[in-house]
Design a protein around this ligand. Structure first.
Ligand code: MG
Ligand code: ZN
Length: 215
């Protein structure tokens, strides 16, 4: 019985995801869905991305959080349009919630790029298609190098793996070559980008990936 209910939820979500995909195509908007654990560095990566791209692209950000507008306030300080979704208890964003959010952002007809910061969680954000062009999986070196095997769905679905906080590598036992090997096995064609958002290391490679996504 429980399984049937979940099937229905996912089917309804997929229908909304299709609506989003069509509308985003018509509007010429590229949408990226950033997924990672709490503290993986999603908001910090977004802040830096906005700084690097603001002369080239008109952007909008959808912030998903269970509570608070802390991340939305950080993004707003960068001068970028932002829409905060507070889910209350839900641990992921679904396609219907995202639909309302980008419609609000797309009232600015010049918007070309929308970043969704999903709820910090490696599990169900990966299950819910929101009609995005790319799921971006973030994995920080402080989380440990076993996460890809423990949460394979996200890393299979991702169009790119961003390994964050690489400046802290020397303080951890995170094995980069092992992580690369495990990821390649699950997802042979997705690129792997190593960044440190505080020092700026690797960010130009990440920005090139973002710009490579076209409508
Ligand atoms: Mg955040
Ligand atoms: Zn969830």
């Amino acid at each position: 019985m429980k399984i049937k209910v979940m099937d229905k939820i996912l089917a309804a979500n997929d229908a909304w995801a299709e609506v989003n995909r069509k509308a985003l195509k018509e509007k010429g908007i590229v949408m990226l869905n950033l997924i990672g654990s709490p503290g993986a560095g999603k908001t910090t990566l977004l802040e830096q991305t906005i700084d690097m791209l603001k002369k080239k692209k008109t952007m909008g950000v959808i912030e998903g959080d269970i509570a608070t507008t802390k991340d939305a306030e950080r993004i707003r300080k960068k001068g970028t349009a932002v829409y905060q979704i507070n889910t209350g208890t839900a641990c992921h964003l679904d396609a219907h919630l995202v639909n309302a959010a980008y419609n609000e952002l797309a009232r600015d007809k010049t918007i070309e790029l929308v970043f969704v910061e999903n709820i910090g969680n490696l599990v169900c954000p990966a299950e819910f298609d929101i009609g995005e062009d790319a799921k971006v999986a973030l994995l920080s070196v402080t989380e440990g190098d076993d996460k890809i095997e423990k949460y394979p769905l996200l890393f299979t679905e991702a169009k790119v793996l961003v390994i964050t906080k690489i400046g802290l590598l020397k303080y951890t036992n995170f094995n980069v070559s092992y992580v690369k090997k495990v990821f390649k096995k699950l997802n042979p064609f997705a690129p792997i980008v190593m960044v440190d958002s505080l020092t700026g290391d690797g960010l130009s490679t990440w920005v090139d990936f973002v710009l490579s996504l076209k409508k």
